[in-house]
Design a protein around this ligand. Structure first.
Ligand SMILES: Nc1ncnc2c1ncn2[C@@H]1O[C@H](COP(=O)(O)OP(=O)(O)OP(=O)(O)O)[C@@H](O)[C@H]1O
Ligand SMILES: [Mg+2]
Length: 1022
């Protein structure tokens, strides 16, 4: 019987987490019945609605009861708890399985969106899997009379396309288990342990065991479990003795890897495979779902890429095949997760269209038993016929009897197999159970350390007890007095725990890294209950003191983020939290902070791998644009980047976050391989000699942006020249160099204008030609070259509407290089837009660092317009009407140029005309007053000069303001430090206000003097 079944889809929103609450997040998701609407936080009119089979509101309206269960605040409230999710989804899955259908449940969503919460659950808030098993065994018990049931349980993980059996206790085969294909069975994992179970307690214990294996695997492989998929397979076999029917079904329960997409804006193409195999399974799943959704709407699809990844091979029947499938899409309703949540909803919408064809399955084992029984019946008939015939065919009889016995043995073997397996599993389980009981007892007696993992689901799984006496902790496992741990940067004997007189202390051994509560220690340190330990590069543990110290404290706040935030705070990076509670932080800063703490342990790992593989590179986190601003002086968007330094070659790279994450994954691969090869008697570093083009630690060198300086353009609007010594500031506010630069208003032929050309009102420029030169004279004290002489620099800049940046020629090996670079710009008809720009903006001068072997930065002049004598034309768009063809635009430009030249001639002619008229006038009125006027400058010129002085002094005031803005207290400042800071700050503020006062009062005095003189003159003249 074939049925067309659409994949059923549910969406679930979780409560805000700490990060989201800190960010003062707003909820952008709303739900009405099973429809869900998401609004763009930047444009609330932009809304998208989706309709699914179910929608669960688990965001608000709940409370925690005494047993720790999250329940609706009021009866009949809209909050969807674990029970209601189970009632809809779990019961349906179970019902299908009991009917003999294969069934699949997939959890899809961004990291931390609640997939594991829904599937597995936390503490008393049990998820779908344990609830489903509980109900399954309950049903089995209730129906014992009518059917005999067998349940087999398997649990596996797919990480980087490798399958790991989470229930196997033997050694792991290198490369993981193989996925094979058989005509009848389809794809399956060869050698996967399937464990017979007959109670939900047994299943829960197996899940615990699986989680433990997952945790240790993650530590050993130094991997992030959010990038792995977890699959639980329940095989259910039901034998209905009365009806003589056997039904068999497979239930796949899949907790998928976090679905975050790589952000397109910050991800530049990496030389090495982008994303790599880590996302292959998830990406392929997306492709399969899209292809199947297309099939469902009648589009032609040539190929469905099931075979492209391990996950899609194993889920082939779940997607478009013989299975009834449900997907739960989990999301955060916070505005900062909008993009990810929208992408999850779109994904779920595609999945909704997939059509499966589920059938009730008949068991091959049962068929075999049936066939054997039938054969036996035939054999018996033949035997009795032989007897009746009275023929002495003893040979044939013997043969037939042997066959009969063999068949009966086979039947019995098949029937007893289950019983035996179950007994074995139960014995195994009892042993495990005993060890769990033992662990619980130890917890009541001794202090211990508890593992804390990035994935909350894996935290608290490993407990290492510190009994009385001295205990080595490290890779060592030979001595009886040792605690064995694995992880990057863990030494053979890493540290020593001492438990004496009810005090526990920890002493690192020489050269090993131990951090307690964010600070590195080198000496014996007494531990307090709930201290945070980081051993090696990133093995994180929480210390649980003696039972009497414990009380009822909530340890859940010491999660992975807590450890990393504490470490970041010790490095001076923290969120400003006022003592009165958490203050809302700028969301963009918060995002940078969380990126920082997310990357910090990864950078520690990368450094450890680099060191062990002798790669000679060091990674360091940096906040890009921390101290930099744009051409208007506004802060630039901050971003985390990773600076990579080669100690040997002095080469430097800057990697984006995405590139680093990608590379870190590739480094892990290289490292694992080197370690595997190391066991074959070679050292880590020699085996790791990879060809450069495959080496994730290496890249071709590129020019590096070292810092920027701002040259403010306001003086140009008055045609006042400007000469400046500019501070070039690095991303984090360090002084990279001093740059001498000038702005020179000039004539169209490049001759500097005089004081008489200074304007009082910039509007006089409107519609007229403006020429000026940007002069970059010299750099002083280049830090980049001081650090390594084999380097060079270039300066890049872009002005107004120039589409391409221009660069000075490269200068090498010199700390104080002469640049002597002059660029002439002209606006043919100065527009209001250009005037506004000049009055409010700066040209940002970028200092680029060159390294040996990298190409220079070159100005691409393709779309930049220049005149024959290399004047760069700006401010064109406002004046040129759009033209149809290139030819037209050329002729228009030529005409404009002619017009321009005519205008210039016209102006000079009218000037000449004016002066001739004046001469004529003087000749008429006598020479006296003319002489007087020629010696006394005009009031306008005096005014212009006063303005010039004013703008010059304002430049230094602006410099002082910048210094004030950058002046911040050191992160480690104590009270005294803060006092000193406040004193210094007040001094700077005083200087600033004095300078400003001085400027304004000089201007006032000058203007007053000019006005007075003007009055006097008008008095003389009247
Ligand atoms: N519906 C919910 N109610 C209460 N807390 C929740 C809910 N969903 C998730 N959480 C909490 O959010 C945190 C992250 O959830 P979870 O571990 O399920 O995320 P995940 O999607 O499995 O992430 P990953 O991809 O990293 O495995 C956990 O601390 C969990 O307790
Ligand atoms: Mg999870």
């Amino acid at each position: 019987m074939h049925n067309k079944d659409c994949v059923r889809v549910a969406a679930r929103v979780r409560p805000f987490n700490k990060r989201e609450r800190d960010a003062g997040s707003h909820c952008v998701v709303s739900m009405v019945s099973s429809s869900i609407t998401i609004a763009d936080p930047r444009d609330s009119q932009n809304r998208r609605s989706f309709c699914f089979d179910y929608a669960y509101w688990s965001h608000s309206g709940f409370t925690r009861d005494q047993s720790g269960l999250y329940v609706a605040e009021e009866q009949g409230g809209r909050y969807a708890d674990q029970d209601s999710v189970f009632q809809d989804l779990g019961e349906g899955i179970l019902e299908n399985a009991l009917q003999g259908y294969n069934a699949t449940l997939l959890a899809y969503g961004q990291t931390g969106s609640g997939k594991s919460y829904s599937m597995v659950g936390y503490g008393p808030n049990k998820g779908l899997v344990p609830k489903l098993c509980n109900r399954l065994f309950q049903t089995i018990r209730e129906n014992q009379e009518t059917r005999q049931c067998q349940v087999f349980f398997s649990m596996l993980e797919i990480y980087n396309e490798q399958v790991l059996d989470l229930l196997s206790r033997g050694s792991r085969p290198p490369g993981g288990l193989r996925v094979r294909e058989e005509q009848q069975r389809g794809f399956y994992v060869e050698g996967l342990r399937t464990i017979p179970c007959d109670s939900d307690a047994q299943v829960e214990q197996l899940m615990e065991q699986g989680t433990r294996t997952r945790t240790t695997a993650a530590t050993h492989m130094n991997a992030n479990s959010s990038r792995s998929h977890m699959l639980i397979i329940l095989q259910l076999k039901q034998m209905f003795s009365k009806e003589n029917v056997t039904k068999q079904s497979n239930v796949n329960l899949v907790d998928l890897a976090g679905s975050e997409r790589q952000r397109s804006s910050s991800s530049e193409a990496d030389r090495l495979r982008e994303g790599t195999a880590i996302n292959l399974s998830l990406t392929t799943l997306g492709h399969v779902i899209s292809a199947l959704a297309d099939v469902a709407v009648g589009r032609k699809v040539i190929h469905i890429p099931y075979r492209d990844s391990v996950l899609t091979k194993l889920l082939q029947s779940a997607l478009g095949g013989n299975s009834r499938t449900v997907m739960i899409a989990t999301l955060s309703p916070a505005d900062i997760c909008y993009e990810e949540s929208l992408s999850t909803l779109r994904y779920a919408e595609r999945a909704k269209r997939i059509q499966n064809r589920a059938v009730v399955n008949e068991s091959p084992t049962e068929r075999l038993v049936k066939e054997l029984k039938a054969e036996n019946a035939r054999l018996l008939q033949r035997l009795s016929r032989l007897g009746q015939d009275g023929r002495r065919a003893s040979d044939e009889t013997k043969e037939l009897r042997e066959l009969l016995t063999h068949n009966e043995l086979q039947i019995r073997a098949i029937q007893t197999m289950w019983e035996q397996h179950l007994q074995e599993a139960l014995r195994d389980w009892e042993q495990q159970y005993a060890s769990i009981t033992q662990e619980r007892r130890m917890m009541q007696l001794h202090p211990y350390i508890l593992n804390i993992n990035e994935d909350a689901q894996l935290s608290g799984v490993v407990k290492l007890f510190i009994q009385e006496g001295e205990w080595d902790i490290g890779l060592c496992d030979s001595s009886p007095k040792s605690i064995s741990i694995k992880g990057l940067g863990i030494q053979e004997r890493h540290a020593v725990f001492k438990n004496e007189q009810r005090r526990v202390s920890l002493t690192p051994t020489a050269g090993s890294k131990v951090i307690i509560n964010g600070s590195a220690i080198s000496q014996s340190t007494e531990l307090q209950h709930l201290d945070r330990l980081i051993l090696g590069s990133n093995s994180t543990y929480l210390f649980i003191g003696f039972p009497c110290e414990r009380g009822g404290d909530d340890w859940s706040r010491y999660d992975y983020d807590y450890f990393q935030s504490e470490l970041a705070a010790a490095e001076g990076i923290h969120l400003g939290e006022s003592s009165g509670g958490s203050r809302q932080t700028d969301p963009s800063l918060l995002a940078v902070f969380y990126d920082y703490i997310k990357l910090m342990p990864m950078v520690a790992d990368a450094n450890q791998m680099s060191q062990e593989l002798n790669k000679g590179v060091e990674f360091r986190l940096e906040i890009k644009n921390l101290a930099l601003s744009d051409s208007k002086g506004h802060d630039l968007e901050k971003e985390i980047v990773v600076r990579v330094n080669s100690a040997r070659t002095k080469q430097v790279w800057l990697w984006s976050k995405t590139k680093f994450v990608n590379r870190k994954f590739l480094m892990e691969e290289v490292y694992q391989q080197a370690r595997a090869e190391q066991s074959e008697d070679t050292t880590l570093e020699t085996t790791s000699a990879l060809p450069r083009d495959k080496d994730p630690f290496w890249d071709p060198v590129e020019p590096l942006l070292l810092g920027t300086a701002h040259l403010w353009l306001q003086s140009l609007a008055f045609r006042i020249p400007l000469e400046e010594q500019l501070e070039v500031l690095g991303s984090e506010g360090t002084e990279e160099a001093i740059l001498q630069a000038q702005l020179v208003p000039c004539s169209s032929s490049g001759l500097p204008l005089g004081e008489d050309d200074i304007l009082i009102d910039p509007c006089e420029l409107l519609g007229r030609r403006l020429d000026f030169q940007l002069v970059l004279e010299q750099c002083f004290g280049l830090r980049w070259i001081r650090d390594a002489r084999n380097r060079g620099v270039q300066i890049g800049f872009r002005l107004f509407d120039c589409t391409q940046p221009l660069y000075t020629p490269a200068v090498w090996h010199n700390i104080n290089p002469l640049l002597d670079h002059r660029v002439h710009f002209a606006s043919l008809h100065t527009s209001q837009r250009l005037l506004d720009y000049l009055q409010s903006s700066a040209v940002v001068l970028e200092l680029w660092g060159l390294q040996e072997g990298c190409a220079n930065m070159s100005s691409s002049l393709e779309r930049v317009r220049t005149t024959a004598d290399e004047v760069f034309i700006i401010d064109e768009t406002a004046n040129t009407a759009p033209t149809d063809s290139a030819e037209d635009s050329c002729s228009v430009r030529a005409l404009q140029q002619d017009l321009e030249e005519l205008k210039v001639i016209n102006t000079s002619l009218s000037k000449e005309n004016q002066s001739l008229r004046e001469q004529l006038h003087t000749a008429r009125t006598g020479g006296e007053s003319v002489r007087g006027r020629s010696v006394r400058p005009s009031c306008d010129a005096e005014f212009a000069r006063a303005l010039k002085v004013f703008y010059h002094s304002m430049t230094s005031v602006r410099g002082q303001l910048q210094r004030l803005r950058r002046h911040r207290p050191s992160e480690e400042s104590d009270l005294l430090g803060l006092r000193l800071f406040v004193d210094e700050h007040s001094r700077l503020l005083r200087d600033f206000s004095e300078q400003l006062e001085q400027c304004v009062s000089t201007l006032k005095q000058d203007v007053a003097a000019i006005v007075r003189r003007k009055r006097e003159r008008s008095g003389v003249w009247s």
